[in-house]
Design a protein. Structure first.
Length: 430
């Protein structure tokens, strides 16, 4: 049985504020650092996303196993489902955690990048065994002491989480760790975030132009509050741009955020007529048609912030903006093949997107004339960002029906509640 959400009948919202989830990226890193600190100090406003809940549950299971006085020789299984961050962070953590561990995951995780992380950990002495030559999971790990004797080099075009995962355990590796960075490293802001959070909690971390250097040591965990999620904020910006909303306030979004996706404020100001005013509590978003030039081609390189691609491509198409988007190579390896899937779903409304040489483009002259009468029947591919991006087409189409809408729980559990302030949102099962 499948579930569906139907978004239709736009309505004028009688509110001037919107509540976003807290940052999943910050929350997950803090949970790993908190665990390695052996600290019980509070993390205020921890993300309630499925990924963060799953990571916390797995860490609690590890703690319970270690504190068990009847510690046996059996392997303990941890389930990571299709949570890339949870899986990659746990692999490194368990490689230095005494005990025997099995990591299992959904079929999709079998096709997501993981082997380079495993091989790099094994070069430090980690005892990790994949299920077979062509299948990663179930993954078996025997925790032990690791030692670094040379620099680590990881693929720069697949995932920054390899580096973040290894960096966070580096203070507990003999001789520390030095990780080489490429000038074309994808999602570099996430590596900067990891280094910043490590440093704030007592680790000796230096980020040079082409190298991340972490010395052996310990963490001193500090009680902290997690800020709102700038990746989720992109969808709020889209709502303001597409609904031409005069004012929308959002708490706990900050200009000096460690989240690289805060660049969304500049992108929407430059291309989509949404201004951002910062204050001590957060931001105020305002639609202002005078901000950007009507005929400006939207050119964006998403190498450093791939999670913004989906809300921005949906916004650009809905606003009939010509665009050229690049830096898309990692999108194939996300929760779904986001590039292929969004091209296919947008084609359903009569819009052909050109994709070649790692660039996707669209010209506004190819816009269908009858878009407002179209009813879209869309697949979310169980990908939270696909589901949220496709929902934005309700601003231009008659209705949008999305399969498996509950997938938004991965990062934005209240998304449909937020959207129901602007549309009629109905749920059904078939």
């Amino acid at each position: 049985m499948s579930s569906f959400a139907v978004i239709s009948n736009p309505k004028k919202a009688n509110l001037d504020s919107l509540e976003l989830p807290s940052s999943k990226s910050i929350s997950n890193r803090l949970l790993i650092i908190q665990y390695l600190s052996n600290s019980d100090l509070n993390i205020e406003n921890l993300s309630t996303s499925d990924d963060t809940i799953l990571l916390k549950q797995n860490l609690n299971k590890v703690k319970q196993r270690i504190s068990n006085t009847d510690f046996s020789n059996e392997f303990i299984e941890l389930q990571c489902k299709n949570a890339g961050t949870t899986c990659r962070f746990l692999i490194s953590l368990l490689s230095i955690t005494y005990g025997k561990w099995i990591i299992n995951a959904d079929e999709r995780m079998q096709n997501r990048p993981i082997i380079p992380l495993i091989e790099s950990l094994k070069s430090l002495g980690a005892d990790i065994e994949t299920a077979s030559l062509d299948k990663v999971f179930p993954l078996r790990i025997k925790g032990k002491r690791l030692t670094s004797s040379k620099d680590i080099t990881l693929p720069s075009n697949l995932s920054s989480q390899f580096i973040s995962s290894m960096a966070m355990i580096a203070p507990f590796i003999d001789n520390g760790l030095q990780i080489n960075l490429s000038p074309r490293q994808v999602s570099i802001p996430y590596i900067n975030m990891t280094a910043s959070l490590m440093r704030e909690n007592g680790a000796d971390v230096r980020l040079e132009k082409d190298k991340l250097i972490i010395k052996k040591g310990n963490y001193t965990f500090k009680s902290t509050k997690v800020e709102s999620d700038w990746s989720a904020a992109a969808f709020a910006y889209s709502i303001v741009a597409l609904g031409e909303i005069k004012t929308l306030k959002i708490k706990d979004l900050y200009q000096d955020s460690t989240q690289g996706d805060s660049i969304v404020a500049d992108l929407f100001s430059n291309f989509f007529n949404v201004s951002t005013e910062f204050d001590t509590e957060g931001v105020s978003l305002r639609f202002d048609k005078s901000l950007s030039t009507e005929n400006k081609i939207v050119k964006i390189d998403f190498t450093s912030y791939p999670d913004l691609f989906l809300p921005l491509i949906a916004t650009a198409v809905c606003l009939k903006k010509s665009f050229e988007f690049s830096g898309l190579e990692t999108l194939t390896y996300k929760e779904s093949d986001r590039l292929k899937n969004i091209i296919y779903e947008i084609k359903k409304i009569g819009i052909e997107l050109s994709y070649e040489n790692d660039k996707i483009s669209f010209h506004k002259d190819n816009y269908p004339k009858n878009l407002s009468s179209i009813n879209i029947d869309a697949d979310s591919y169980n990908d939270h960002r696909i589901a949220m991006a496709l929902s934005l087409f309700a601003f231009r189409c008659n209705s949008v029906r999305i399969k498996n809408p509950e997938c938004v729980n991965k990062s934005f559990p209240d998304y449909w509640k937020v959207l129901s302030d602007y549309f009629k949102v109905e749920f059904s099962e078939i």
